[in-house]
Every structure is written in C-alpha cells, then in structure tokens.
Design a protein around this ligand. Structure first.
Ligand code: NAD
Length: 260
C-alpha cells in the first residue's frame, strides 16, 4: 500500500503511513509516549514509514496475546510473532519511548495502550464505503473493522437498484448524498471502490463532506487538498513486488548464494 497525494499547497506536516521497506523514507511525525503512558506532545518523534506499519502489526499481535490472558511478553517472542528480528522490534518500540524490562520484557497492556495512542486509535474513525460492487460488498460485510476502531457507518453507490438496500446492515445512499451524509455522521475515512473514472468525483464529494482520509482502491491518482491524506491500495503492485522477490531468489539460487 502506498501513500499518495495529488495537489499540495502548503508546508503542513504530512501524516504519512507505511510504504514497503521504507525505513529510510519520509517519516511520520507522532507524539512520543513516555513509560507511564503520557504523551509528550512537545517532543515529537519522527518515525520511519515502514516502522509505522510494523507498529500496527505489533498492536495486532499484542491484542491477540492480551485476549489469551498474557500480561507480559519477551521481546524475542513478540518479534517472532510479528515476523521481525528482535533488534528491529526494540528499535521500533524505542520510538514510543518503550524499552521493556530486562528479564521480563514488555507489559502487554501498557504496550497496547502506547501503540494505540501513537497510532491515533484511542478514538473511533467512522468509515464510508463508496461503490458497493464486488469489493464494496466485501468491505461493507467484513466484521473485523469495528473492533479495530473503524466502524463502517455509510455506504454509497450510483446504481438505482442498490439505493436503499441494506448491506451489512447499512442502507446504501446515493452518490449525490455523500457530502451531507458524511458530514451528519461524522465520517472521517472514505473508501473508494468505484470504477476508475468515477473515483475523482467521489473523492471531491468525500472532501466536501469533511472526510480527512481516503483509502483508494481504484487504480487512478487522486487530486485532493493538502489536508486530506490518500492511501492507494493496489494488490497488483503487491503481487509484482512478490514476483520480484521470487525472481531474485531464483537468481541467487542460480548463482549459488544462500537464500533467506
Ligand atoms: N486495489 C486492488 O487491489 C483492487 C482489487 C479489486 C478491485 N479494485 C478496484 O476497485 C474498484 C471496484 O472493483 P469491483 O470489482 O468491486 O467493481 P464492481 O464493478 O463490482 O463495483 C463497482 C461499483 O461502483 C459503483 N459505481 C460506479 N460509478 C459510481 C459512482 N460514480 N459513484 C458511486 N458508485 C459508483 C457501481 O454501481 C458498482 O456497484 C475498481 O476500480 C477496481 O479496479 C482494486
């Protein structure tokens, strides 16, 4: 998934999220969190984009551990569960000001709280999905978003056969109602799952409705005001990246190199 932005007017600090392997890429600026959990707003730490993506993975792993009753976790165990090495884990968690305790590791509940604060997950972000076709139906029906702080609260389409029909318990509204409905329901994230030619108009209406973040599945570049963050999801690109790694491994095996 890549961070994508069209027009940019000012020098406002952009809150960027992950790009693959972007440890040295532009950073996300976030409040640091002290050991006792208070945010040091004045001491803003820069976190590499790739580390932000890993923080989200640590949170998912830790939440599952907490559900199973774990109270502490060794850094090696957390690193293995998250699929990273312990040095990288410790570096990532140091961005939070969290260093764990030698011989004990990390307190799960404390670390979950710190990660939620840094990732801005201490409040819910209401989501609207636009384009209730194959992808939109799947997203609207997916039960995993609300529990992660992303309740789907509005659906939009242009197809008269879909308007008023509930999907995942929410009636589909018309494209023209995006600004009013998003504003009334306090939607902060818009997901675009329309065909590419419709995506810019949809983005414009989401922005009119006060939406601050757009997750765009349509394969087009969107133009948005500077204060709106756009993330583009392109599974084909992810597959191409996998293909690159498979090709590189095959090449290394051919050269007699050790492949990890
Ligand atoms: N990024 C990815 O990995 C990925 C994967 C699958 C699909 N996609 C993209 O997601 C989009 C949706 O794919 P799909 O298979 O669900 O398509 P689909 O044709 O099944 O659904 C598209 C929906 O958008 C609606 N629509 C069309 N114009 C609209 C408009 N102006 N306003 C509101 N709704 C409108 C249609 O009525 C339809 O319900 C496409 O752009 C596709 O390329 C991306």
């Amino acid at each position: 998934m890549v961070s994508q932005r069209g027009r940019r007017n000012g020098a406002a600090v952009a809150r960027k999220l992950s790009t693959p392997d972007a440890d040295n890429a532009p950073t996300a600026e976030m409040p640091a969190v002290t050991e006792n959990g208070t945010e040091e707003v004045a001491r803003v730490r820069a976190i590499p984009e790739a580390a932000v993506a890993r923080l989200a993975v640590y949170l998912r792993v830790l939440s599952a551990m907490a559900e199973q009753g774990a109270t502490t976790v060794a850094s090696e165990e957390l690193a293995t569960s998250a699929g990273v090495n312990s040095a990288k884990l410790r570096k990532d968690l140091s961005y939070l000001g969290s260093y764990g305790t030698r011989g004990v590791g990390y307190e799960v509940a404390v670390l979950v709280g710190q990660l939620e604060r840094v990732l801005g997950l201490t409040r819910q972000h209401k989501v609207a999905v636009v384009g209730i076709g194959n992808l939109g139906h799947a997203l609207a029906n997916y039960g995993g978003f609300p529990g992660r702080g992303f309740p789907v609260e509005a659906l939009f389409d242009i197809d008269p056969d879909l308007i008023g029909v509930p999907v995942g318990g929410i009636p589909v509204s018309h494209l023209n109602d995006i600004p009013e409905v998003c504003s009334e329901r306090g939607i902060s994230i818009g997901v675009i799952a329309t065909p590419p030619p419709a995506a810019q108009t949809v983005a414009d209406r989401l922005v009119q409705g006060g939406v601050q973040c757009i997750l765009n599945f349509a394969p087009v570049v969107l133009q948005v005001p500077d204060h709106v963050e756009v993330r583009k999801v392109d599974l084909a690109v992810e597959l191409q990246i996998l293909s690159f790694h498979v090709a590189r491994r095959a090449e290394n095996v051919g050269n007699g190199m050790v492949v990890r």
